[in-house]
Write a protein that binds this ligand. Structure first.
Ligand code: BV8
Length: 225
């Protein structure tokens, strides 16, 4: 029986209307990375960073999962714990597409994290006007997002799954951000087969046994069936 690890990036949510990071209209162009996705940027201008994530939170809530998310939801129901979906995305479209055990290695925009008591809370409204933490009543909430220079979530669990993988599939990611961009090499070291599904060749394409080019909403249902 195959163990499969799937890594997804912003490209799997592009057809749901959520902008990717490095397309010409990408998010980073609107805001220099160091201004919005770093702890230093947050310390320097918390209101700008909260506004940036408030905007993305509203877009995520207005978006719908697409056939790629729904196909992975079906695959997870079929394979159970022989499939681990790791996403770099901070949206909840995998969950709304039917997947129940998604590992958000870069956090989730619908979660708020209290810097005082460490509690996390499901959060669907603005964080901009400094709401207090429901657990400790302190004004100390930030987006529950892994910024550049911060440690991604559950790396031990991810590397453990890669060591056991028979198949590693990368979907909709440019391979520009580490440590996610190194997962394909870990999978190769574990003698797993490696497959990339992407709109265009990525920085890591040469490391995959096979690359299929096209939109995720077409390629992923074909892969899953
Ligand atoms: C860390 C949250 C260490 C924010 C994000 C080497 C090793 C380790 C670290 C580093 C290293 N070198 C450099 C670093 C530092 C840094 C890094 O990688 N920098 C890069 C810029 C060089 N990494 C870090 O800082 C990481 N932390 O290493 O910590 C540490 C150790 C000990 C103790 C403490 C710390 C943390 C990185 C996480 C940063 N946070 N997200 C937010 O979302 O606002 S990263 C951000 O980029 C998003 O999560 C996004 O998912 C991710 C990657 O982008 P992609 O998802 O790939 O999106 P992109 O637009 O780039 O590409 C989209 C792709 O989809 C394209 O290829 C496109 O063709 C395709 N596509 C488009 N449409 C479709 C499609 N495909 C299919 N169908 C379509 N329709």
């Amino acid at each position: 029986m195959q163990n499969i690890v799937i890594l997804t990036g912003a490209g799997i949510s592009a057809e749901s209307g959520l902008k990717t990071f490095r397309a010409e209209d990408g998010l980073w162009e609107n805001h220099p990375v160091e201004e919005v996705a770093t702890p230093e940027g947050f310390a320097r201008d918390p209101d700008l960073v909260q506004r940036f994530y408030d905007e993305r939170r509203m877009r995520v809530l207005a978006a719908q999962p697409n056939p790629a998310h729904e196909a992975l939801g079906r695959l997870e129901r079929e394979l159970g714990d022989r499939l681990l979906i790791v996403t770099q995305n901070i949206d909840d479209l995998h969950e709304r597409g039917g997947a129940g055990r998604v590992l958000h290695m870069h956090g989730e925009v619908l979660s708020a994290w209290c810097q005082r008591c460490d509690a996390r809370h499901r959060w669907e409204r603005s964080l901009r006007d400094g709401p207090s933490c429901p657990s400790c009543e302190m004004v100390s909430l930030r987006p529950d997002i892994v910024w550049f220079g911060e440690m991604p979530y559950q790396m031990g669990r991810i590397f453990g799954a890669l060591e056991q993988a028979d198949l590693f599939v990368s979907i909709g990611t440019s391979g520009a951000v580490y440590p996610a961009a190194a997962f394909v090499q870990h999978a190769r070291d574990a003698r797993a087969r490696t497959l990339e599904l992407n709109l265009e060749r990525s920085a890591g394409s040469a490391l995959f046994d096979e690359t299929r080019l096209g939109p995720a909403s077409k390629l992923v249902p074909q892969f899953v069936q």
